[in-house]
Design a protein around this ligand. Structure first.
Ligand SMILES: O=C(O)CCC(=O)C(=O)O
Length: 289
């Protein structure tokens, strides 16, 4: 079966601040760091049982992979339930229900005692550690983060596969206008190269994350994720400091997101259908014989 082309990520056991800045942060190269969390209480404590015992009574919003249609906003929870019950579903798996961008300081502040902001030269914004949960087989649509932060992403409990794409690969990824993700009809694990021929040319970086691993995703890097087991992650972010990226950050957060939701409210599916056929037509034009 044909697959997206990837090369394996660089993996290091540990790294000091000077080397991280020189080899990865400055040149904006991704890296997987194996031992960054070994001294954290989280390394020993964090698993699904622990989260369940700590915050099981919370009612949490859950999202699935069904595209939001009609006049709804682009991101709408599919269902809400107690975290305890959701983690039970996760443990049984598979389910496509995911929890994402869950604000640790607001929702599970006890967890802040269990991790640190590593001193590796990233200017972390300490007010927004966020968590993600997924089940065996759960998939996260290929996207980049609209705040263009440099991300340090830590995984716990199980294993998950991440495929990264440099921002210069966006031209092959069928990015939907006024969003930060690609066409939701694309299955990146089993790409249909006849319908989406540009995917033959995209080159990604593959990573398998295990309990405690830290993945550095530079600003604007696309990521596509498949959970191989139930598990959860925490992302710490460092906002851009250069003018061009900062301008893009504000334009994405203040203009793009609101414009998209206004157009959905006014035009509903007419708007999303229009954008989806436009991107398919325009990207495929380059591949016509
Ligand atoms: O691992 C996940 O479920 C999603 C992570 C993600 O998209 C992020 O950290 O930006």
């Amino acid at each position: 079966m044909s697959q997206i082309k990837t090369t394996p990520i660089t993996v290091v056991d540990s790294i000091n601040k000077a080397d991280f800045v020189k080899q990865y942060y400055k040149p904006q190269r991704p890296v997987l760091i194996k031992n960054l969390t070994k001294d954290w209480p989280a390394y020993k404590k964090w698993d699904l049982d622990y989260i369940q015992s700590l915050a099981g009574e919370q009612v949490v919003p859950l999202y699935n992979n069904v595209p939001t249609k009609g006049h709804k906003k682009s991101v709408v929870a599919a269902v809400e339930m107690k975290l305890y019950d959701y983690i039970d579903i996760l443990k049984k798996g598979p389910t496509d229900l995911r929890m994402f961008f869950y604000n640790v300081l607001q929702k599970m502040p006890q967890l802040t005692k269990d991790f640190d902001y590593p001193d590796i030269g990233l200017p972390f914004f300490k007010k927004l550690p966020v968590m993600f949960f997924g089940s065996k087989g759960g998939k996260v649509l290929a996207h980049y983060d609209m705040d263009l932060a440099d991300l340090m992403h830590f995984h716990f409990h199980g294993t998950k596969k991440v495929t990264l794409f440099h921002p210069n690969q966006a031209k092959y990824l069928y990015k939907v206008p006024y969003t930060v993700h690609n066409l939701e009809t694309i299955d990146m694990d089993h790409p249909d190269f006849d319908t989406y021929p540009a995917l033959r040319d995209v080159e990604g970086i593959s990573v398998t994350m295990q309990h405690g691993d830290a993945l550095y995703m530079p600003s604007g890097y696309w990521h596509y994720i498949t959970y191989e087991d139930a598990g959860f992650s925490i992302t710490l972010r460092a906002f851009p400091r250069n003018g061009k990226r900062l301008a893009k950050l504000f334009s994405n957060l203040l203009f793009m997101r609101n414009f998209e939701n206004i157009m959905r409210r006014i035009q509903g599916e007419k708007w999303t259908d229009y954008k989806e056929s436009k991107v398919l037509r325009e990207v495929n034009k380059r591949y016509e014989k």
